[in-house]
Design a protein around this ligand. Structure first.
Ligand code: PMV
Length: 317
């Protein structure tokens, strides 16, 4: 048995589009920040009595094809045909744009590596996590993490800057805990095959990735957050233009985005927004502005996260 914890991450430059859907190779490189407060805790217990894996998410037995895909990969590496009981719980709402699959799959990769004695190193773990959910490859590490495009061997999350050197803060604003309607995998498939803006997105977001790396190197944090906001809007623009059209926003999402814009222009507080494949908004700011941002958005349900650590094993026997 082994237990691991992992944190979700918010992409500042988004992963949106697959070069190879079977093994989650991205069409675009991405950059994320691992979030401290949100956490998934997962145990993997090998049980020779089982004739299939059992996955329990937040106390409820659940069928999850991503988990199965990963566990099959684990057994292939281990060369062992034994099944496991996997128990996972999140301290935040599942499937509401909080990237619970990122922390979930990263925690399963770590716990399985230990329980099945796979002996994987960092890169092997990041590649295994990627198979479950692309963005999970970026939750193996803490702080700022890049995920370049490439092959099965070369495309995985890599630490850029450790959490203690990243002066950023993120507020998760809960607008609705409702399940998202279109999974990111389905949306990426629809978008890449129907959105007229998709080729432009791939080109432009790749440019954003290299710009962001440069801004991080120069510690130009506010410029980085402004770029992140623009990158998120471009991701949603490709969705809006797809057939069928994909709209992840709820009225509250737009209200928050407009409130952010108003504060940017009228109060000069460095606050920016980002949204993933769901209605919830993340407010991006600098740690030294956390108090002001919290005051401005006091009417919303806010959860503050600082740069978080990478996934780690917390228990084994
Ligand atoms: O890892 P997935 O398949 O859940 O896709 C995540 C996609 C976004 O969260 C919208 C963007 C990202 O880079 O995390």
């Amino acid at each position: 048995m082994a237990r691991a914890i992992a944190h979700p991450n918010i992409a500042l430059i988004k992963y949106w589009g697959k070069a190879d859907p079977l093994i989650n190779l991205p069409a675009v490189p991405s950059i994320s920040l691992t979030l401290s407060e949100l956490e998934t805790s997962t145990s993997v217990t090998i049980d020779p009595q089982l004739n299939q894996d059992v996955f329990i998410l937040n106390g409820k037995e659940t069928i999850n094809p991503k988990v199965e895909l990963m566990m099959n990969a684990v057994r292939k590496i281990a060369k062992k045909e034994v099944f496991a009981s996997i128990k996972s719980s999140n301290n935040f709402p599942t499937s509401a744009g909080y990237a619970s699959s990122a922390s979930g799959m990263a925690a399963i990769a770590l716990a399985s590596n230990q329980a099945y004695e796979l002996g994987l190193d960092h890169d092997g773990l990041a590649r295994l996590a990627r198979l479950g959910s692309g963005s999970a490859t970026r939750s193996i590490d803490g702080g700022l993490v890049s995920w370049p495009t490439g092959t099965d061997v070369s495309s995985f999350g890599r630490a850029i800057l450790p959490p203690e050197e990243v002066p950023l803060a993120v507020f998760s604003v809960t607008t609705t805990a409702a399940n998202k309607k279109i999974s990111s995998t389905d949306a990426m498939q629809i978008v890449s095959s129907t959105s007229p803006y998709y080729p432009t997105w791939v080109q432009n977001s790749t440019d954003d990735y290299f710009k962001a790396l440069e801004l991080i190197k120069k510690s130009k944090w506010e410029d980085l957050l402004a770029l992140a906001q623009n990158n998120a809007l471009k991701m949603h623009a490709v969705n809006l233009a797809a057939r069928p059209e994909i709209i992840y926003w709820q009225p509250e999402s737009l209200a928050i985005m407009q409130q952010v814009q108003k504060i940017q222009t009228e109060k000069q507080i460095p606050v920016y927004f980002s949204l993933d494949a769901g209605p919830n908004v993340k407010l991006l700011t600098l740690q030294k502005w956390v108090k002001e941002v919290a005051t401005e958005f006091a009417t919303w349900d806010l959860q503050l996260s600082l740069p978080g650590k990478g996934a780690q094993i917390i228990d084994q026997n």
